[in-house]
Design a protein around this ligand. Structure first.
Ligand SMILES: [Zn+2]
Length: 146
Protein backbone atom coordinates (compact mmCIF):
# COMPACT_ATOMS: atom_id res chain seq x y z
CA UNK A 1 0.00 0.00 0.00
CA UNK A 2 1.34 3.35 -1.09
CA UNK A 3 -0.60 6.36 0.18
CA UNK A 4 0.28 8.40 -2.91
CA UNK A 5 -0.85 5.73 -5.38
CA UNK A 6 -4.10 6.04 -7.36
CA UNK A 7 -4.42 2.28 -7.79
CA UNK A 8 -3.70 1.44 -4.14
CA UNK A 9 -6.38 4.01 -3.22
CA UNK A 10 -8.78 2.45 -5.73
CA UNK A 11 -8.26 -0.99 -4.15
CA UNK A 12 -9.13 0.59 -0.79
CA UNK A 13 -12.27 2.21 -2.31
CA UNK A 14 -10.78 5.67 -2.03
CA UNK A 15 -9.70 8.37 -4.47
CA UNK A 16 -10.78 9.31 -7.98
CA UNK A 17 -10.81 5.72 -9.28
CA UNK A 18 -12.95 4.31 -6.44
CA UNK A 19 -16.07 2.69 -7.74
CA UNK A 20 -14.56 1.12 -10.87
CA UNK A 21 -16.70 -1.97 -11.49
CA UNK A 22 -14.83 -5.04 -10.17
CA UNK A 23 -14.75 -8.06 -12.49
CA UNK A 24 -12.75 -10.33 -10.19
CA UNK A 25 -10.26 -10.10 -7.34
CA UNK A 26 -8.19 -12.31 -5.09
CA UNK A 27 -5.10 -11.98 -2.90
CA UNK A 28 -2.81 -11.28 -5.87
CA UNK A 29 -4.81 -9.47 -8.55
CA UNK A 30 -7.73 -7.10 -8.98
CA UNK A 31 -9.53 -6.91 -12.35
CA UNK A 32 -11.79 -3.93 -12.99
CA UNK A 33 -13.58 -2.31 -15.89
CA UNK A 34 -12.80 1.23 -16.94
CA UNK A 35 -15.18 3.62 -15.15
CA UNK A 36 -17.52 6.20 -16.59
CA UNK A 37 -16.15 9.56 -17.59
CA UNK A 38 -17.10 12.03 -14.85
CA UNK A 39 -17.98 14.72 -17.41
CA UNK A 40 -20.36 12.61 -19.53
CA UNK A 41 -21.51 9.91 -17.10
CA UNK A 42 -20.75 7.34 -19.80
CA UNK A 43 -17.90 4.86 -20.16
CA UNK A 44 -16.64 3.02 -23.23
CA UNK A 45 -17.45 -0.66 -22.88
CA UNK A 46 -14.83 -3.36 -23.18
CA UNK A 47 -11.70 -2.01 -21.45
CA UNK A 48 -10.45 -3.91 -18.39
CA UNK A 49 -7.45 -3.45 -16.12
CA UNK A 50 -5.58 -6.33 -14.49
CA UNK A 51 -3.70 -4.92 -11.49
CA UNK A 52 -1.48 -6.45 -8.87
CA UNK A 53 -2.97 -6.24 -5.37
CA UNK A 54 0.50 -5.38 -4.06
CA UNK A 55 1.99 -2.00 -4.84
CA UNK A 56 4.73 -2.75 -7.34
CA UNK A 57 5.57 -0.26 -10.07
CA UNK A 58 6.56 -2.28 -13.11
CA UNK A 59 6.38 -5.71 -14.70
CA UNK A 60 9.90 -6.87 -13.76
CA UNK A 61 9.04 -6.36 -10.08
CA UNK A 62 6.29 -8.96 -10.00
CA UNK A 63 6.84 -12.21 -8.13
CA UNK A 64 6.43 -15.46 -10.06
CA UNK A 65 3.07 -16.03 -8.37
CA UNK A 66 1.90 -12.52 -9.31
CA UNK A 67 3.06 -13.01 -12.91
CA UNK A 68 1.08 -16.26 -13.13
CA UNK A 69 -2.00 -14.70 -11.52
CA UNK A 70 -1.87 -11.69 -13.88
CA UNK A 71 -1.52 -13.95 -16.93
CA UNK A 72 -4.41 -16.17 -15.89
CA UNK A 73 -6.65 -13.19 -15.08
CA UNK A 74 -5.76 -11.41 -18.35
CA UNK A 75 -6.55 -14.57 -20.30
CA UNK A 76 -9.88 -15.02 -18.52
CA UNK A 77 -11.00 -11.44 -19.06
CA UNK A 78 -9.84 -11.52 -22.71
CA UNK A 79 -12.00 -14.60 -23.34
CA UNK A 80 -14.95 -12.98 -21.53
CA UNK A 81 -14.58 -9.75 -23.55
CA UNK A 82 -14.39 -11.73 -26.81
CA UNK A 83 -17.57 -13.62 -25.96
CA UNK A 84 -19.41 -10.49 -24.80
CA UNK A 85 -18.55 -8.33 -27.82
CA UNK A 86 -18.39 -10.97 -30.54
CA UNK A 87 -14.80 -10.42 -31.62
CA UNK A 88 -11.48 -12.15 -31.03
CA UNK A 89 -9.66 -8.81 -31.46
CA UNK A 90 -8.79 -8.28 -27.81
CA UNK A 91 -5.71 -6.10 -27.35
CA UNK A 92 -3.38 -5.80 -24.36
CA UNK A 93 -0.85 -3.26 -23.23
CA UNK A 94 1.50 -2.92 -20.27
CA UNK A 95 3.22 0.44 -19.97
CA UNK A 96 3.15 1.97 -16.48
CA UNK A 97 4.55 5.33 -17.54
CA UNK A 98 1.87 7.52 -15.94
CA UNK A 99 0.64 5.46 -12.97
CA UNK A 100 3.49 3.50 -11.33
CA UNK A 101 1.43 0.56 -9.98
CA UNK A 102 1.40 -2.50 -12.22
CA UNK A 103 -1.65 -2.60 -14.46
CA UNK A 104 -2.28 -4.42 -17.71
CA UNK A 105 -4.84 -2.97 -20.11
CA UNK A 106 -7.02 -5.60 -21.82
CA UNK A 107 -9.47 -4.11 -24.32
CA UNK A 108 -11.66 -4.96 -27.25
CA UNK A 109 -11.32 -3.53 -30.73
CA UNK A 110 -15.02 -3.20 -31.46
CA UNK A 111 -16.28 -4.34 -34.85
CA UNK A 112 -16.45 -1.28 -37.11
CA UNK A 113 -13.47 0.52 -35.56
CA UNK A 114 -11.83 2.59 -38.33
CA UNK A 115 -8.72 0.86 -39.65
CA UNK A 116 -6.63 4.02 -39.29
CA UNK A 117 -7.17 4.15 -35.51
CA UNK A 118 -4.00 2.65 -33.97
CA UNK A 119 -4.51 -0.63 -32.07
CA UNK A 120 -3.48 0.90 -28.74
CA UNK A 121 -6.19 3.55 -29.10
CA UNK A 122 -8.94 1.04 -29.92
CA UNK A 123 -10.95 1.87 -26.82
CA UNK A 124 -10.94 5.58 -27.70
CA UNK A 125 -13.16 5.11 -30.76
CA UNK A 126 -16.18 7.41 -30.39
CA UNK A 127 -18.40 4.82 -32.09
CA UNK A 128 -17.72 2.16 -29.43
CA UNK A 129 -20.62 1.26 -27.14
CA UNK A 130 -20.91 3.76 -24.28
CA UNK A 131 -22.58 2.67 -21.05
CA UNK A 132 -23.87 4.27 -17.88
CA UNK A 133 -22.41 3.38 -14.48
CA UNK A 134 -25.17 0.85 -13.75
CA UNK A 135 -24.78 -0.69 -17.22
CA UNK A 136 -21.00 -0.97 -16.65
CA UNK A 137 -21.63 -2.66 -13.29
CA UNK A 138 -23.89 -5.20 -15.01
CA UNK A 139 -21.24 -5.73 -17.71
CA UNK A 140 -18.59 -6.36 -15.04
CA UNK A 141 -20.84 -9.04 -13.53
CA UNK A 142 -21.21 -10.72 -16.93
CA UNK A 143 -17.43 -10.64 -17.43
CA UNK A 144 -16.72 -12.19 -14.01
CA UNK A 145 -15.48 -15.78 -13.85
CA UNK A 146 -18.20 -18.31 -13.11
ZN1 LIG B 1 -0.10 1.26 -5.69
Amino acid sequence: MNDECLICAKHASRGPLAGCPVIEEDDLVVVTHRPVDAATGLGIAGHAFVETRRHVAHWPGLTAAETDAVARAAGRVARALAAEFGTDLVMSLIAGMSVPHFHQHVFVRHPGTPEDLPWFRSSEWSGAPQLTASELAALAERLAPR
